[in-house]
Design a protein around this ligand. Structure first.
Ligand code: HEM
Ligand code: HEM
Length: 185
């Protein structure tokens, strides 16, 4: 039975839309770059091109999401959560936002250094300018390593985040999942 307290606290429609659209785009970006690895040369270039364009879209939407969130604070956490659960959730959410900016930004720096400032095509529609960097394969290589490392960290956090969501849904049976599924009226 629903109680009056935090069970009614939900994310808003906008927060929910941002969360799930970005979830799909981020997972898609892993799938794109992983399928590029085994693809023939021409296909590989096309898939990496989609990976870069979609990654830039993720960067853009995340900037909007963070600005929007600063103006619209999230609902309070469920009362039933323990202090360590709230602390862990806050850290994970913060690091997610950091990674959603850092990973594409590092990717952008990587390809700008690799090409000496060439832009990133956006699905054949227009070109996003490259960052003004001199061509330097060593720098590009370092940023590639960082890009890979941060993406690995994101996968770890993703596993933790989903495990937490499932635990709240099926073990604790509290309203955590519902907060991110159906909006506050
Ligand atoms: C949230 C967004 C992004 C995620 C999660 C992501 C993730 C990844 C992952 C997992 C890899 C494979 C790492 C490896 O083993 O080489 C990769 C490679 C790469 N990423 Fe991203 N990336 C993102 C955004 C971007 C952006 C915005 C760019 C450039 C504008 C970019 C450019 C590249 C390039 C050039 C590679 C190397 C592909 C290759 O080896 O052929 N990424 N990315
Ligand atoms: C790469 C994919 C994902 C990322 C980057 C991500 C990121 C986030 C972030 C940053 C928040 C905090 C929102 C805020 O307060 O501003 C959040 C909340 C939440 N996420 Fe995700 N998420 C992802 C995928 C998922 C998936 C697959 C599930 C479910 C299986 C999920 C379930 C939730 C739930 C239930 C909340 C609300 C937690 C609360 O009540 O405070 N997320 N997510």
């Amino acid at each position: 039975m629903e109680t009056e307290r935090s069970a009614d606290a939900r994310y808003t429609r906008v927060a929910i839309a941002f969360h799930w659209i970005l979830t799909v785009l981020i997972l898609l970006n892993f799938v794109l770059v992983w399928s590029a690895e085994d693809a023939p040369k021409a296909k590989e270039a096309q898939l990496v091109g989609y990976h870069m364009a979609n990654g830039m879209l993720i960067l853009f939407l995340t900037v909007l999401r963070i600005i929007w969130r600063l103006m619209n604070p999230p609902p309070p956490f469920e009362d039933s959560l323990k202090a360590w659960e709230v602390a862990l959730a806050k850290v994970v959410h913060f690091v997610f936002y950091f990674l959603m900016i850092a990973i594409p930004l590092v990717g952008w720096i990587m390809v700008s250094a690799f090409s000496g400032g060439h832009g990133v095509g956006f699905f054949g529609l227009f070109e996003i300018p490259g960052l003004p960097l001199a061509k330097n394969q060593a720098t590009a290589g370092v940023f590639h390593e960082v890009h890979e490392l941060l993406a690995g960290l994101m996968l770890l956090l993703f596993a933790l985040h989903v495990a937490a969501a499932l635990k709240h849904q099926f073990v604790d049976r509290d309203g955590t999942m519902r907060r991110m599924l159906s909006a506050r009226r």
